[in-house]
Design a protein around this ligand. Sequence first.
Ligand code: ME8
Length: 530
Amino acid sequence: MKKRFYITTPIYYPSAKLHIGHAYCTVLTDIFARYKRLRGFECYFLTGADEHGQKIEKNAALAGKTPQEFVDGIVEGFYKLWDLLKISNNDFIRTTQTRHTEVVQKIFSKMLEQGDIYLSKYKGWYCTPCESFWTDTQVGPDHICPDCGRPVQVAEEEAYFFKTQNYVDSLMKFYDENPKFLTPESRKNEMINTFIKPGLDDLCVSRTSFSWGIPILENPKHVIYVWLDALTNYITALGYGSGNESLFKKFWEDDETEIIHILGADITRFHAIYWPMFLESLGLRKPDREFVHGLLMMKDSKMSKSKGNVVDPFPLVEKYGVDALRYYLAREVTFGQDGSFTPELFVERINMDLANSLGNLLNRTVSMINKYFGGEIPQYLGKKTAFDGELESLIDLSIKRYESFMDDLKITEGITAVMDIVARANKYIDETTPWALAKDEDKKEELASVMNHLARAIFVSGMLLKPVLVNASDLLFAQLGINLEKVSYDDIFNPSFLDRKVVNKGEQLFPRLDNEVEIAYIASLMNGNK
Ligand code: ME8
């Protein structure tokens, strides 16, 4: 395994407010970054805003603002949302910053000089909301944008092009030699069969029909068209081409860094085909992994700003807390597959997993330790009841499964492995019947062992969920009498870690939600009534 990580989200368009789909991608990426740091690895986490393009220029005009004023306002909202969701990014890149624009101009000049970019005329099917040109095959007989389903228009203009043919063979070789580059695996086949095999067109990298973009120095009536501008954020943010390349050397060039891009299925083509080509043209290393997550649907259709059917994460977090939303997103929507957000699923998931399973386990355990042992967690005595061994093995196995899932970005599966511990511990209470043991003086040791095992199961679960439950894990530790400054990941392997700690019964971590009331409330948020 490599010794450090560079992980990125897409840089989102500040064409409108962010919705829960953007929160999904950023939260899941944050969980991975926090997980790696929890395990002691250095992890540099980048997110940002992709601020140029025709759509932003149009929306700014509609709002009566300059494009810069317009994006400044919206990006404020990005900062607030990431703050609210406790996103632990190390940097936030905006493509209007000079650290980016100046380097993109240099990148363009280099590619032009090398003959990878040439001037020509573009005629094609253009989807304005998606800012994408498409081929005849892609728009089909109905001339519909394959991404958003809206009609496309024929467009023609003078434009610069990136010569993809220079790099197709080496891209195919790169795919062959790096089977883990693109996951899920099905995405690679989609790239090859849908885009590469039918014959890849050269990529249009400049526009003259709008001006909100980075001007091309050699021909300033052109601005750099959005994907060459956008994708290069991943290296300009590290200082590539800026004169101060220390971060770039460490997190991109050094082989000991694993470079991971997280992105949604809607932008796979740009990341998996053109980005490796751009990097090769610049003589730079390619990322180790691109992980494509699925899209959240709203009822039956894809949620998107252009369709106006969005869920705003702010009121959800205000009402239910950051941990509830983070948990829902990571647990309910399998990372890598499509999923959905519905009020029913949200309330059910929080009640089932957080209130009933984890919250109840903690409450019952702390109450019993108070009642039977005056609040002190009994020492670890080895395996004293017929069920201790089984619980211990399940904990050990679940930790291993969790680590291997999380290392492989299978975040939902990682969380499920932790919830297996919680479920097993709840069952262990029913099996060992501590209330019966407490009635028998001869069973005092067994009762002590049960309390120790339960406390450990909760502690291990709290630690493994720490990347997800950024507040609740610490509250849970505090209830177990753990000093937050003196606890580390490796303590989960020490069965005696909790010996003699004094529990503190605190507030319920996750109060049970009233199904009817909360479902109606969330539905009203989604209908824009709140
Ligand atoms: O495409 N469900 O920006 P964007 C889950 N600027 N995730 C979703 C989602 C949904 N319904 N909708 C959006 C852009 N996302 C470019 C990216 S990167 C160099 C440039 C997430 O604001 C998902 O990660 O349209 C998707 O890929 C991304 O937001 C697109 O954000």
